[in-house]
Design a binder for this molecule. Structure first.
Ligand code: SER
Length: 885
């Protein structure tokens, strides 16, 4: 039975039992606490918690999921995939435990020609939560299972949540027994390779709190309704129904594995390590394909980092199979063809997907070879020293310069039998992050715990009126102070305000929050920040300037018009720069991030080399031409599918069926999905002045521009500087560069002459110093202060010249000078002096002590320094007395 057929049987079964079929949501979860959609229930969390009323009492879906916490297990067990599909049936306060168990049993065991999966009841086992007697009863009634095939297990395995605060509950899992050839008797409690979990029924009736592990969280209370959330692993059922050994051999995955075997010329099934590598490749390529299709692109953090890690692990696994050239152009099409029946977008969007994947492979292949040799050297070095741990700075270098994800270094070190000094690596990373953040402004907002917002969100969405209006009359629905919902806030307080409507733009899509105020009868609030802590709810962080504001009060939101004008110019400007980039560099220069606020815009994009000055000017010119052409800006709200059909560049994260906003500037020339505020005609932007272009990692660049008035002011400042230069250099503007080069060349020549002159001067002082020699015991001593010099090099040169001139009898030269305001002393000895036991290092150290500093060196030449110039005579004295002693 093909995977697609199991999927269809599932949907048909539950649809005919009153479940609404809901298409899969994006892998990019819009739940701020989750990086990815990790289970079928994730898109339904607001309905499960009661935050938003469920639009249907029961639903069913086949949801795309990503989980990478068990990435090390991939390929080694039959059932760990980083990408998988979860068949789910859900009840939102409708049916509960008894019915959920009945459906599951019927679907699994009814005959194939009746629409079921045709599993033999004697191959199935179940587990229940330790004290769930109800579940035990229902399993007995429904399935008539013998008692020993209903095993009771603890919270660690049979109490389900996403791992985050949110809905949770005891669960019952269904297992398929693959038979004694695969492991020990005794049911799922004993062996999870032989007994494969295929379906998890969660009786979701509680809300869990913070905690780290699978069982160390608190239960905060009951959910408003008793819900059902079930998840059947589509890949697991597929491998059992297809009679293959594991999920990597099913119809949707196997073609990639075969391609890896073909490319490497190795046979699948011949060698265990190679088999694991082929399975890793098959899994990771599919996960990467699906992630990129859902809008994730490679980067060094968050989702992008996980994608990068999957791609780089694939490259490495291919290398371990002996293939060192690019293989993605073979592997990705194989995965596309296996997945396109269920997910047509992997085919229609394959150009973009493959550009991202192939680009990453090329980049990584370039650095992998050099990084690997660095690592090999470090491994050899560590082993020679008899140590077991690679230094953290090697791992950091590999990460920073060669783009090795730390996990890759850890794995490669482990293969060589070494560990890595992780603490040192983490410290170096933290230092680097701190440096990067030093100039980033401190986050303005500390949002209250998400649960406070849930209650407000449950009452409805905040209506944004700000596309058309700067001011809106509304009412205060809630106030939050220090994370707690309160009734009022008074002058001086910092509070968050929840309103029914607002004209103030909440930070999103790269656009800064609006500035402005919220005013009402007897109060005036200054808006410090506007955020959307949960989807659909706007929170205004304010300082109460005067009066007192209470829940229920009438209020008016007032946007600072100048601020907004600047923000819309910058945001529309960002779209123009993006369109210009793509026009000039090609569509592979896709945007990976942006930020804009009044007067400034920043755009990050995928590209792996610096732009030439000409390209920068060209981009700037195309963007400014678009401004001059006064292009019309048109915004439309459309269903996601229609917007994509129009070719709008997707922002992703939207769900199928969502309405999205499409912003066109000059028709299709610039067409993006965007919720931001925009000018009505491009000419309102004024000008765009591209001020910098820099690297932010091996595959991303950043363009920064000034916009509108700020751009004009920056140009005006430059003009003022240029006129000052033309006046002081008495040179016309166009000749300034030549004039300055000429002046610099003259300066260099003059400096050279001065240095020659000074060196002659210095040489001229040697005879006089030689003449000043005195005798201390057996030794001839020259000990003088020579005034101020430009460098200690000059002092050293003088000391050695004098020593040369003193002949072969025992001689010591100690000269002191002031260099850049600080005292320095250099002592030299000749061989005869050293034979009598005199050592330059000792003398220099003694003198430096007197100067208030330290010093040292060899027996023949040593140097000391300090801070007190007036101590020079005493320091030289100390040389004489040391010598005499
Ligand atoms: N949420 C549960 C799981 O992921 C059942 O769907 O296992």
């Amino acid at each position: 039975m093909q995977t697609a057929e199991i999927r269809q049987r599932w949907l048909d079964y539950f649809a005919s039992r009153g479940h609404t079929v809901v298409p899969s949501a994006s892998l990019v979860s819009d739940d701020p606490t989750l990086l990815f959609t990790v289970a079928g229930m994730v898109p339904f969390v607001p309905y499960l918690t009661g935050l938003v009323p469920a639009p249907y009492p029961r639903a069913t879906s086949v949801q795309k999921c990503i989980r990478t916490n068990d990435i090390e297990e991939v390929g080694k067990t039959p059932r760990h995939g980083t990408f998988f599909q979860m068949n789910g049936n859900f009840s939102f306060g409708d049916y509960f435990k008894e019915q959920a168990i009945a459906y599951a049993w019927e679907f699994l065991t009814s005959a194939e020609d009746e629409g079921g999966l045709g599993f033999d009841p004697k191959d199935l086992w179940v587990t229940i939560y330790e004290d769930d007697d109800d579940a035990f009863q229902y399993w007995k009634q429904t399935a008539n299972l013998p008692d020993e095939r209903i095993q009771r297990l603890g919270k660690g395995t049979n109490y389900w949540s996403t791992g985050q605060p949110g809905p949770a509950g005891p669960c019952s899992e269904i297992f398929f027994d693959r038979g004694p050839a695969y492991g020990a008797d005794g049911g799922p409690a004993t062996d999870d390779d032989r007994y494969v979990e295929i379906w998890n029924l969660v009786f979701m009736e509680y809300l869990r709190g913070q905690g780290t592990g699978k069982d160390d969280f608190e239960i905060l209370g009951e959910l408003p309704k008793k819900n059902i959330d079930t998840g059947m692993g589509l890949e697991r059922v597929a491998f059992l129904k297809q009679g293959v050994e594991n999920m990597y051999e099913i119809d949707q995955v196997r073609p990639v594995l075969d391609k890896a075997a073909e490319l490497s010329g190795r046979r699948y099934g011949a060698n265990h390590d190679d088999d694991v590598r082929m399975r890793v490749i098959a899994d990771h390529v599919r996960s990467a394909l699906m992630l990129i299709a859902d809008g994730v692109s490679v980067s060094n953090e968050g989702r992008g980092y996980i994608l990068r890690r999957l791609l780089r692990r694939t490259v490495r696994a291919m290398r371990l199979l002996g293939v060192e050239t690019a293989t993605f152009p073979e592997l990705f099409p194989a995965s596309r063809d296996a997945m396109k029946a269920a997910y047509p977008e992997v085919e229609s969007d394959f150009d973009r997907i493959s550009r991202i994947a192939y680009g990453e492979e090329e980049t990584f292949l370039r650095t992998l070879a050099s990084g690997t040799s660095i690592l090999d050297l470090a491994v050899a070095d560590t082993k020679t020293k008899g140590a077991g741990e690679l230094p953290g700075d090697t791992a950091f270098l590999l990460h920073d310069t060669f783009g090795f994800p730390i996990d890759l270094t850890l794995e490669m070190a482990e293969e060589a039998g070494l560990t890595v000094n992780r603490a040192e690596f983490d410290r170096l990373m933290a230092d680097q992050r701190a440096r990067a953040k030093a100039d980033a402004k401190t986050k303005k907002t500390a949002l209250a715990d998400l649960s406070v917002y849930s209650a407000f969100r449950a009452k409805g969405e905040t209506v944004f009126t700000g596309y058309d209006l700067l001011e809106t009359d509304t009412s205060v629905l809630g106030l939050i102070v220090n994370g707690e919902s309160v009734q009022s806030a008074a002058a001086g307080d910092i509070a968050e305000v929840i309103l029914a409507e607002t004209s103030l733009y909440a930070e999103s899509g790269g656009q800064e929050a609006d500035a402005g105020s919220i005013v009402g009868n007897g109060f005036d609030l200054e808006v410090l920040d506007v955020q959307r802590p949960v989807k659909g709810l706007v929170s205004h962080r304010v300082q109460v300037r005067s009066g007192e504001v209470g829940v229920g009060a009438a209020a008016r939101t007032v946007v600072d018009a100048e601020w907004r004008r600047g923000a819309t110019q910058a945001h529309s400007g960002t779209h123009l720069v993006h369109a210009a980039l793509r026009q000039i560099l090609g569509p592979q220069a896709h945007q990976s991030g942006s930020y804009n606020k009044a007067g400034y815009l920043r755009l990050d994009f995928a590209w792996n080399q610096g732009l030439s000055a000409e390209t920068r000017s060209e981009i700037e010119e195309v963007a400014n031409n678009a401004i001059r052409e006064d292009l019309e800006v048109v915004t439309r709200v459309l269903p996601l599918d229609e917007a994509k059909a129009l070719g709008a560049m997707a922002l992703f994260g939207e769900k199928y069926g969502d309405l999205v906003r499409v912003v066109d500037i000059g028709g299709p020339w610039s067409r993006e999905l965007c919720g931001g505020t925009h000018v009505r005609h491009s000419s309102e932007i004024g000008i765009i002045n591209l001020v910098s272009e820099s690297s932010i990692g091996s595959t991303s660049r950043r363009i920064e521009s000034l916009v509108g008035r700020d751009a004009f002011r920056d140009l005006a400042t430059e003009r003022a500087i240029v006129s000052e230069l033309t006046a002081s250099l008495k040179t016309p503007r166009e000749q300034l560069p030549d004039r300055i080069s000429e002046l610099l060349a003259n300066l260099k020549a003059a400096e050279k002459k001065i240095a020659e002159y000074e060196s002659r001067q210095l040489a001229g002082r040697v005879p006089e110093l030689v003449a000043s020699a005195t005798r201390v015991g057996e030794v001839t001593l020259v000990s003088e202060s020579v005034g101020s010099l430009r460098s200690t090099d000059e002092l050293r040169q003088l000391v050695t010249s004098v020593r040369e001139r003193l002949g072969s009898d025992a001689a010591v030269v100690a000269l002191a000078a002031e260099v850049s305001g600080k005292p320095a002393v250099i002592v030299a000895t000749n061989p005869a002096a050293r034979e009598t036991g005199v050592r330059a290092g000792v003398l220099a150290r003694g003198a430096a002590g007197v100067l208030g500093g330290g010093g040292g060196g060899k027996d023949d030449l040593a140097q000391g320094g300090g801070s007190d110039v007036s101590a020079i005579p005493a320091a030289l004295e100390s040389v004489t007395s040391n010598l005499a002693a």
